[in-house]
Design a protein around this ligand. Structure first.
Ligand SMILES: Cc1cc2nc3c(=O)[nH]c(=O)nc-3n(C[C@H](O)[C@H](O)[C@H](O)COP(=O)(O)OP(=O)(O)OC[C@H]3O[C@@H](n4cnc5c(N)ncnc54)[C@H](O)[C@@H]3O)c2cc1C
Length: 343
């Protein structure tokens, strides 16, 4: 039941941040209209490995049913080039679910909760009171980081997460639903290739020193429709003159090796929720709700963004990979400490 006098919240962007915020607001009886530029379901560039998502966030946003039956991963194996360097338990279980399924479940749940979801609707400005900007990552001019992903069918895996480090590349492999393994790579490559789709992905994996992985993938069945790519990726906080109320990647993009961007999208929705509720119910004006939201996001994310941004270039550099390789083989790599540093 909605109470008279409660102001509506409009959300631009129906990815994880926008949809989960919409769900959280609907649980509080707040009217929400969400505009999504695309449609559901669709594949997206993502490692599809969710780590560090706590029960508190799941409860606050009402995600328990949506995440029901999702694969839980407990171990990870790391490779530098062709060599396996270490295998360890994850400090906490991580989830494996495709974005195709996750976004679909979230969008259905949002509609069932009474939210209005308008697909193929692109919002142009972010300067209206009561409007939240959840439009995902911004392209960074001059960046040569490229993200690619595809699903491989019934592929044998060493562990819940395989990480492969090469020259200017890292590739994560994670099982998701229906016997699929999501393969997602982040590659620093300014050149172009004549190949297209999954073949281009495999060509780049090979070119960047992961030939053994390319051979393994070539022997598997790929779902060509799952292939997605995105270029000009920039990491860290988004800098814009008037940021308004921004959540998820529209606020900041943590480097993907952390497997933590999706959790941050959910957590950012959780962090702004009380301030938006106060605005909607008339106890805060919009500028105050926005500045409180920004302070909450900064308190929650600044430290981990700094740590992750420092570690990110390290992972793709050859000296660092030698250190990871040696440390892993000698059993003295502080994996658990580093894992916690980016949470
Ligand atoms: C290569 C790569 C690998 C990754 N791997 C992982 C991983 O393994 N684990 C993990 O946790 N995170 C990972 N991430 C990060 C994760 O994908 C993001 O952090 C997460 O998707 C952010 O969700 P979001 O809702 O902010 O943005 P998105 O999911 O991008 O959603 C934004 C939505 O806004 C819509 N939109 C855009 N503009 C407008 C507009 N003007 N009006 C209306 N709608 C609009 C878009 O169509 C889109 O649906 C990875 C990222 C990359 C690049």
């Amino acid at each position: 039941m909605e109470t008279a006098g409660v102001k509506q919240i409009t959300i631009a962007g129906g990815g994880l941040a926008g949809l989960s915020l919409g769900l959280g607001l609907r649980r509080r009886g707040i009217p929400v209209t969400l505009h999504e530029a695309g449609t559901y379901p669709r594949h997206r560039v993502c490692g599809e490995f969710i780590s560090g998502l706590g029960e508190g966030t799941i409860d606050t946003l009402g995600l328990a049913e949506i995440l029901g039956g999702v694969l839980r991963h407990t171990r990870t194996t790391w490779f530098v080039r062709h060599r396996k360097v270490f295998q360890t338990a994850l400090p906490e279980p991580a989830l494996g679910i495709s974005r195709l399924l996750l976004d679909q479940r979230l969008s259905e749940s949002f509609r069932q909760s009474g939210g209005t979801l308008i697909e193929r609707s692109r919002i142009q400005d972010n300067d209206t009171a009561g409007q939240v900007w959840a439009v995902g990552r911004q392209r960074k001019k001059g960046s040569t980081w490229l993200g690619l992903k595809a699903h491989f069918i019934n592929m044998p895996m060493t562990d819940g997460l395989e990480m492969h480090l090469g020259k200017g590349i890292y590739v994560g492999l994670t099982p998701v639903e229906d016997g699929r393994v999501n393969v997602c790579g982040l590659i620093r490559d300014p050149s172009s290739t004549s190949a297209k789709g999954p073949d281009m992905f495999l060509e780049l994996i090979e070119k960047h020193g992961l030939g053994h992985l390319a051979v393994r993938l070539r022997n598997q069945e790929v779902d060509p429709g799952s292939f997605q790519g995105v270029n000009a990726l920039g990491f860290g906080p988004v800098s814009v003159p008037d940021p308004g109320c921004r959540i998820g990647d529209a606020h900041s993009l943590i480097p993907p090796f952390t497997g933590h961007g999706m959790t941050m999208a959910f957590q950012s929705a959780e962090s702004v929720l009380p301030h938006l509720e106060a605005y909607s119910k008339g106890t805060l004006d919009w500028p105050t709700a926005v500045s409180k939201s920004r302070r909450s996001l900064s308190r929650r994310f600044d430290r981990r963004l700094r740590m992750a941004s420092r570690l990110h270039p390290f992972l793709t550099g050859s000296l660092a990979q030698t250190v990871v390789g040696l440390g892993g083989r000698l059993g003295c790599l502080p994996f658990q400490t580093l894992y916690r540093a980016v949470r």
